[in-house]
Design a protein around this ligand. Structure first.
Ligand SMILES: Cc1cc2nc3c(=O)[nH]c(=O)nc-3n(C[C@H](O)[C@H](O)[C@H](O)COP(=O)(O)OP(=O)(O)OC[C@H]3O[C@@H](n4cnc5c(N)ncnc54)[C@H](O)[C@@H]3O)c2cc1C
Length: 478
């Protein structure tokens, strides 16, 4: 192997930085160049500290039932905090009111009977239909289907519209009629296949030999499973960047095109304000950018691969954050936030009481509120100015919560084409992309477009890309 291979990484979000980290673990002598288009590293991990509030503009926590993010934080000495065990419940908007999600209802699974029987969210007909889920025969064929088709088939339309759709939209910002069950919520497909119904799977998990422990009390998005870095999500970005030599990172250096050059790659990037692009030659290349950007970079080199990447759709979103003084509210919020079903036809997708979820995120006496605007139906709102967007967000929250207070400040964060949408057939599309990628040695694709949208999955992708490239560089001397 070339004693000092050069590896290029395009994109300075968590995927690109984590790839650089794992590459240096595997190939300590490798020289790394990481090109980031903007002046800031981190991509969708973006923390701002404002008057003692820890404001997350993008991702605000990650799941711990998969190991990759937790392990990386541990290695880098990033302190993690769990969600507040008090007030772990969540709410859903129903006929203009904010109503608790039945205790024990997690994403798709009712696990407790009484809260379900007494919830005002469903009519008696809707409750009976949901309780009949174990009687619905499973679908045995292996075709993918949408979340809407799966949930309506198994649980009935009411449970889908008032519980499942808003909970899943709050996580994926996706259209439930197009979201792939197999790619986004494959564990429920497996449960149906293995046990015949979700009810039977739940019963087995309680009584079978591999009894799973409950995720703590609560309802909604299984909040007991989530953690966040105490100093903000961006702390992980800083720690990763600190591991690299300073001259490895090129900020404000958007890459315009990549081309094959011998067995390696030639990267054309904009260097600061220079008029003509600069060229760099690398032995291996990682594209850690959204799939539509990777498609743009590869379009002249491999039109087929670019075409496949272009087929992964992306949604845009905005996050509006406010601070309010608790003393100005009729009562402090008692849950982590609420989600808004599409059938309610409102202008926000989800509202999170960030500092109830993570108390260290607000100074004493303050409340941090995060409003999420995204999903297909709300895309036109994203054209509005920051002022209009924050007005809409605040009007919705104050009306639904019955608040008359004025926010102390607000911030709007915009995420254009940042959220990969796993539509029906996504797994097959990714299989085709991987197949085509085999024709391009020493090239890896990393990011939220492929095997999971959350931060831990981006980190797993980074590990895999580093392992693959280290092996390829070791196997084929230059
Ligand atoms: C609003 C929002 C909320 C989210 N909430 C959560 C959450 O709570 N939990 C969770 O686990 N996940 C969440 N996610 C998903 C998660 O944050 C992302 O999947 C993850 O951060 C993506 O990281 P990435 O590095 O792959 O891509 P990105 O963060 O998009 O980074 C890509 C980087 O590449 C750069 N770039 C693009 N093109 C070029 C180019 N041509 N040349 C050089 N650089 C380029 C960009 O500037 C950017 O910095 C959320 C995402 C969003 C948008």
């Amino acid at each position: 192997m070339n004693q000092q291979p050069v590896v290029g990484i395009v994109g300075g979000g968590v995927s690109g930085l984590a790839t650089a980290y794992y590459l240096r673990q595997r190939l300590p002598t490798a020289r790394i160049h990481l090109w980031e288009a903007s002046s800031r590293l981190g991509g969708a991990l973006y923390t701002q500290w404002i008057d003692g509030y820890c404001v997350e503009g993008g991702a605000d926590m990650f799941i711990t039932n998969v190991p990759w993010a937790v392990e990386l934080c541990r290695r880098l000495d990033v302190e993690l905090v769990g969600t507040n065990p008090e007030h772990r419940g969540a709410f859903v908007v129903h006929r203009g009111r904010v109503v608790p999600i039945p205790e024990g209802f997690a994403v798709m699974m009712p696990t407790r009977l009484w809260p379900l029987l007494t919830t005002p969210l469903l009519s008696w007909r809707g409750k009976l239909r949901l309780l009949a889920e174990p009687l619905v025969p499973p679908r045995w064929d292996r075709r993918d289907e949408s979340l809407a088709d799966f949930a309506v088939r198994r649980m009935g339309r009411e449970a889908f519209e008032h519980l499942v759709q808003p909970l899943v939209a709050g996580i994926y910002a996706a259209d439930a009629r197009r979201l792939s069950m197999q790619a986004a919520l494959g564990r429920f497909v497996q449960m149906e296949r293995r046990y015949g119904s979700l009810g039977a799977a739940w019963w087995h998990s309680r009584t079978g030999p591999s009894r799973s422990r409950a995720n703590g009390s609560g309802s909604g998005a299984r909040y007991g499973l989530f953690v966040a870095p105490r100093q903000g999500m961006e702390q992980l970005v800083h720690r990763l960047a600190e591991q690299l030599p300073q001259d490895a990172i090129h900020r404000q250096s958007p890459v315009a095109e990549v081309k094959r050059c011998g067995t390696g790659w030639r990267v054309l990037y904009q260097n600061g304000n220079q008029a003509t692009p600069t060229a760099a030659e690398v032995d291996a290349l990682v594209l850690a950018v959204p799939a539509h950007r990777a498609a743009g970079l590869l379009r002249y080199h491999d039109a087929e691969l670019a075409g496949l990447l272009e087929r992964i759709p992306y949604g845009s979103a905005a996050v509006v954050c406010f601070a309010v003084r608790l003393e100005q509210l009729p009562e402090p919020p008692r849950g982590f936030g609420f989600v808004v079903p599409e059938v309610e036809q409102r202008q926000v997708l989800a509202v999170s009481f960030s500092s109830v979820k993570f108390p260290h995120r607000a100074p004493p006496g303050g409340l941090l509120v995060r409003v999420f605007i995204g999903g297909d139906r709300l895309q036109p709102l994203l054209e509005l100015s920051d002022e209009r967007l924050q007005q809409i967000a605040w009007d919705e929250v104050s009306q639904l919560c019955g608040w008359s207070a004025k926010p102390l400040w607000h911030r709007v964060f915009r995420w254009p084409r940042a959220m990969a949408q796993y539509h029906v057939g996504h797994l097959e599309l990714v299989r085709q992309i991987r197949h085509r990628l085999h024709a391009q040695p020493r090239l890896a694709l990393v990011g939220n477009a492929y095997d999971g949208v959350g931060v831990p999955f981006c980190i797993r992708g980074a590990q895999q890309a580093a392992a693959q490239l280290a092996q390829e560089l070791a196997a084929a001397p230059k």
